[in-house]
Design a binder for this molecule. Structure first.
Ligand SMILES: [Zn+2]
Length: 496
């Protein structure tokens, strides 16, 4: 799930469909007889992936990105020559599955993975005119021009390392780029290939996205749900992870289910059925949505009454309440239990008669308004570092000494009743961290920003205050004037 590439911040995208090639990879080395030799063939078929990625019905990748962008952005099938399944191509590679190759070449996992990607693209070359997609004629395909999703036959290790007789070999879903100048780990061919005169998946310009064909969910292997694919392709077009990499502080305030780049890729409209986890991914957090151009916020600079409309509806809006610090503000969104938001759920810890605890997931009966606290300075400062999310620990290998200070996350969902006196998410032994019972604000509720405390510095309301603004008197009060619904009226009163 990691993003191997780093870019400075979430980037602005052009709002138009982007071509996607779904490449199904089977592995059948010459002379190989058994799975142990590295054979692993695709068993799901092209039709399955066409429907999952490009289908117009139900919870598909296309409908997901359309809902997030108000219909403006989604992945469309790349032009594949001579296929009855648009955008989807199966190739059989004359090499062992990369997982098998790793056995022969320990410590060269990246090189092996990159070599397989480059081989697959070369094998696809006769069926695609890659030069056709080089809109700026720069000699490279960038992620706004063309994307490739490589489905590796076998299983995905993100669901566990168990394998079966049928699913012998695995890869770990990720998004990244190939080196341009030098073969990775000295493996010949582990480099960005140049095909039809353009370079593909080259570092800093283009990306690949790869997943294993099957993933373990609720103890069963199922074709990889679209949640992970939506998340990894999100990296490809510039989104950043907002989950915790090191989990060193329990309850660090992160978006969890409420961002595609947190745990939102595990959304599920039938929450009690573990096997369906990831089948209904969740909207991206509103900050990255605005940054990437998926949404334009409605600015609030005056006290008064405003309306917040359902994110899944045709009139969706996001309110941006500005504060005395232009880089810190609050975003409000209305998440109703419709569209992809039907996949939101709470997680409750129960104990059976033998005292054994287990987690039970339930979809929320009703939605409401989620309030976000954004600190752009923090996001921009740390998004080049893997801990964008703000887990806040210093990594001497990749970071300057200066980055060592624990910092707040740049994107925080201020769940109703969700935090303790230290600004950390409550863990009451009943509701599992990050999956609160009812995080939504609705009619009759009142939000006061000064009741929310920064987890790092323990300031109230904001992380930092411009000169002349006192943390003792500053408050943003939001009154929720209407019952839960597609449109909800609120009153904003900011005291400086
Ligand atoms: Zn990720």
């Amino acid at each position: 799930m990691a993003n191997l590439r780093t870019s400075v911040t979430t980037k602005k995208l052009e709002m138009k469909p982007v071509p996607l090639l779904v490449l199904l990879l089977s592995f059948k080395p010459e002379g190989a007889k058994t799975k142990e030799d590295g054979i692993q063939m695709i068993t799901t078929g092209k039709e399955y992936w066409y429907n999952a990625c490009f289908g117009d019905e139900g919870y598909t990748l296309k409908n997901f990105y359309k809902e997030m962008s108000g219909g403006k952005f989604y992945f469309e099938p790349a032009k594949v020559i001579g296929t009855d399944t648009p955008g989807v191509l199966e190739v059989v590679l004359d090499i062992p599955h990369p997982d098998r190759m790793n056995r022969e070449m320990p410590g060269k996992n990246h090189g092996v993975a990159f070599y397989c990607i480059a081989e697959a693209l070369k094998k696809a070359d006769p069926y695609i005119d890659f030069a056709y997609y080089d809109n700026d004629e720069g000699g490279y395909l960038s992620s706004d021009e063309f994307n490739v999703l490589l489905i590796h036959a076998g299983y995905d290790i993100s669901g566990g390392k168990d394998f079966t007789d049928k699913l012998r070999w695995g890869v770990f879903a990720n998004c990244g780029s190939l080196p341009e100048d030098e073969n990775q780990d000295g493996i010949k061919g582990a480099i960005a290939p140049e095909l039809d005169g353009v370079k593909l998946c080259a570092k800093g310009i283009g990306c690949y996205t790869l997943v294993g064909e099957y993933r373990q969910m609720g103890g069963e292997f199922i074709p990889h749900p679209i949640g992970t694919i939506a998340h990894e392709l999100g990296h490809s077009i510039g989104f950043h992870d907002v989950y915790d990499y090191d989990k060193e502080v329990v309850g660090w305030p992160l978006p969890y289910m409420f961002s595609l780049m947190g745990h939102g890729n595990y959304g599920n409209a039938n929450a009690e059925n573990d096997v369906l986890k990831g089948s209904v991914p969740q909207h991206l957090d509103p900050f990255q949505k605005i940054r990437s151009g998926f949404a334009v916020p409605e600015e609030v600079n005056e006290n008064g009454e405003y309306t917040v409309r359902s994110l899944s509806g045709v009139d969706a809006n996001i309110l941006k309440i500005n504060t005395p610090d232009p880089k810190e503000y609050f975003l409000l969104e209305n998440r109703q239990m419709e569209g992809f938001s039907k996949g939101l759920y709470r997680r409750r810890c129960t104990v059976d008669e033998n005292g054994e605890p287990s987690d039970v997931c339930e979809n929320y009966e009703q939605g409401g308004i989620i309030i976000w606290h954004i600190d752009e300075d923090i996001f921009d400062r740390y998004s080049v570092i893997k801990r964008t999310n703000g887990s806040g620990f210093f990594n001497p290998d990749t970071e300057e000494e200066d980055d060592a200070a624990r910092h707040d996350p740049g994107i925080v969902a201020l769940f109703k009743n969700g935090f303790d006196e230290n600004g950390l998410l409550k863990n009451d032994g009943k509701f599992v961290l990050g999956y609160p019972e009812d995080p939504f604000f609705r009619g009759g509720d009142v939000f006061n920003s000064n009741e929310y405390i920064s987890a790092a510095t323990h300031t109230r309301s904001l992380n930092s205050f411009p000169e002349g603004v006192s943390p003792d008197t500053y408050n943003l009060k939001i009154e929720f004037l209407e019952d839960n619904g597609e449109e909800m009226k609120i009153r904003v009163t900011q005291t400086k």
